[in-house]
Design a protein around this ligand. Structure first.
Ligand code: FDA
Length: 582
């Protein structure tokens, strides 16, 4: 039987697999990506693309391509609650960073903007870039099984065009094969939770809905109609795929009864129900049934097999975290694979992948599932859960307009219930506050002061080891750069300032003695980079002559507040520890 050799075999070409292949190829690691079907995602699927993911894509050199294709942040702005698109509007929530205060927080947090990038557009960008940088892609190729030895993992794959099987022998295998992962199953990774919590339908369609939507631009229009609480994701949903002509409806079904027969007629009737106007011409382009899941893997790796994306965290689309978390998994993993494969790091570095990403995956699963339950108070505020009689439901919806104290109470309850959905539609902290604790992070011994505000809602930048490098605009002559642009690029970076010469010397020693790619950046008046607004000085939490070491994923690996006669020893020790040699 034919055997193909490579360094890394990536199974799956969704956001997790494509981003893994892209990062590996960007870092010069030979890799083969196999994917079961003959095409990439053919439906919009995941779409919300948050700032952290855009930062990752920026570092991987595809941010501009994504921005050019995506719906921009201002058009994502209002989350609308209504009885149907043509029916009564119940309220709106400024969402996805479009509340003026939260908008400011987004501006301050990152050089990158959030956007809406449907998965069928995202995957080609990632895959094209990966292939153009060296990834070998095999469509119609299904992973079947694998076995591991001390120095390799050998997968058996089927060429579905030819109908025969062959082997791929790799140093590592990345299982990015989605929510029904065979790799996770074969690797025996322990999981917590369950699949199939509720039933849901996706109906993708084309219709000109500009007259119902363009004046309140949004990615999501939630419909509180009779039947909307059966299964599903909390309510009926009309999601914008392309303003204002391509759409997707999400509608629940009773799992016990099984998915309905998804005829075109049925799909059209659901769409028209949510639009509230059956005279609108609608062209159905696809339908599918799926389940809400609540499951995460406790560990993401079994020796040479490492898993990423939905394979290890399975949850509903609430909060829009699916492809974001998947792409971020890939970014965490790829540099570690590179350094282990080229011999710079010990294999122990790969253990930190699971230690760092499994808590994030768990948080994602819990948050997304909790968000579904948090829609119920909107229904309760309208007294929609006490009856299933549609006539009574409409009367209850109307009761909030009464000039009575009961009417006032209902109005107030509804405003509060909608405002509370900020945890789903503006959870900036969930998106940006990921802090890692593992052997690839060297604590500096200072006590963790915790968060000043709700860590789910608010991003709190810090340079504490484990956190993402804070963003600040700095300049080099006429050029404006984010601090994040100075780090990343697949290498370590040491940030210091005036009087930090000892750290620059220490960095040179690290390069010499450990063979690590390590850039140095000095920020301050008269240094290569200047901090004209003083933003960096406010954010860096160290003195001018202190040091911050970022890992290739722009997370802080080590910091020291001041200059030190022991700088060389401290930095060497820190990098050795991060590389798994300490
Ligand atoms: P993903 O499932 O995207 O990719 C898995 C890849 O592995 C695919 O390329 C597949 O072909 C391949 N594969 C699987 N088994 C294989 C095997 N044995 N051998 C080789 N290749 C194999 N999210 C959201 O936020 N909003 C939404 O509306 C939706 N809607 C939605 C609809 C449908 C139909 C699906 C399947 C998923 C969604 N999602 C979603 C979820 C979202 O798409 C998901 O979180 C991300 O795609 C996860 O990315 P992954 O790369 O981990 O898996």
């Amino acid at each position: 039987m034919e055997t193909v050799e490579t360094d890394v075999l990536v199974v799956g070409s969704g956001p997790a697999g494509a981003a893994t292949a892209l990062a590996l190829s960007t870092y010069g690691v030979p890799n083969v990506m196999v994917t079961r079907y003959g095409s990439l995602a053919d439906t919009p699927r995941a779409h919300i693309t948050n700032q952290r993911t855009m930062e990752v894509l920026r570092d991987l050199g595809v941010e501009d391509q994504v921005t050019a294709l995506a719906t921009p942040q201002p058009l994502m702005g209002n989350t609308v609650f209504c009885t149907s698109l043509a029916g009564e509007e119940l309220g709106r929530l400024r969402s996805w960073g479009n509340d003026p205060l939260i908008q400011a927080a987004h501006e301050l947090a990152s050089p990158s903007r959030m956007c809406d990038m449907p998965q069928h557009l995202m995957e080609p960008v990632l895959v094209n870039a990966a292939v153009s940088r060296g990834t070998t892609l095999r469509f119609h190729t299904e992973y079947l099984s694998h076995e591991q030895s001390d120095d390799a993992v050998t997968a058996l794959v089927e060429d579905r065009l030819r109908g025969d099987t062959y082997r791929v022998r790799a140093r590592y295998l990345v299982g990015a094969d989605g929510g029904r992962s065979r790799v996770v199953e074969n690797a025996g990774l322990p999981t917590v939770g369950r699949m199939g919590v509720a039933g849901s339908l996706n109906i993708v369609f084309e219709a000109d809905l500009a007259h119902l939507t363009a004046h309140r631009p949004s990615t999501l229009y939630w419909v509180l109609a009779p039947g909307a609480t059966v299964g599903g994701i909390g309510a009926g949903l009309v999601r914008c795929v392309r303003p204002w002509t391509e759409w997707m409806v999400v509608w629940g079904y009773d799992l016990d009864a099984g998915p309905p027969d998804l005829t075109e007629e049925f799909a059209r009737s659901v769409v028209h129900r949510l639009l509230g106007d059956d005279t609108i011409p609608v062209r159905i382009t696809s339908t599918s049934a799926w389940t809400v899941n609540h499951l995460y893997a406790e560990t993401y790796a079994d020796r040479r097999v490492l898993c990423a994306g939905d394979a290890v965290h399975r949850h509903p689309p609430s909060n829009g975290l699916g492809s974001n978390t998947s792409i971020q998994d890939a970014y965490n993993l790829a540099w570690k694979l590179k350094l282990v494969l080229d011999g710079t790091a010990a294999p122990a570095l790969l253990d930190t992948y699971s230690a760092e990403r499994a808590p994030v995956g768990r948080q994602t699963v819990e948050r997304a599932n909790r968000s579904i339950g948090e829609t119920a108070p909107v229904f309760e505020a309208l007294d929609l859960l006490s009856t299933s009689d549609p006539e009574q439901m409409w009367r209850n919806v109307g009761a909030r307009k009464a000039a009575t104290s009961e009417g006032a109470k209902r109005r107030q309850r509804l405003r509060e219930a909608i405002a509370a959905k900020v945890y789903e539609f503006n959870a900036h902290g969930v998106e940006m506050n990921q802090r890692y604790a593992s052997d690839a992070v060297v604590p500096d011994g200072t006590p963790d002061p915790g968060f000043d505000r709700d860590p789910e809602l608010h991003h709190q930048p810090t340079t504490r080891p484990g956190a993402k490098l804070p963003h600040a605009w700095v300049v080099r002559g006429p050029e404006r750069l984010s601090t994040l642009d100075l780090g990343g690029h697949g290498r370590f970076t040491l940030f210091t300032g005036i009087g930090g010469g000892c750290w620059e010397e220490a960095a040179a020693a690290v390069r010499r003695e450990l063979g690590v790619e390590l850039a140095t950046v000095s920020i301050g008046p008269g240094e290569e980079y200047e901090d004209p607004y003083g933003d960096w000085a406010r954010l860096r939490e160290i003195g001018d002559c202190g040091a911050l070491l970022t890992r290739p994923d722009n997370h802080i690996g080590f910091r020291h507040a001041e200059a030190s006669p022991e700088a060389r020893k401290l930095l060497l020790g820190a990098v050795r520890k991060i590389l798994g040699h300490g």
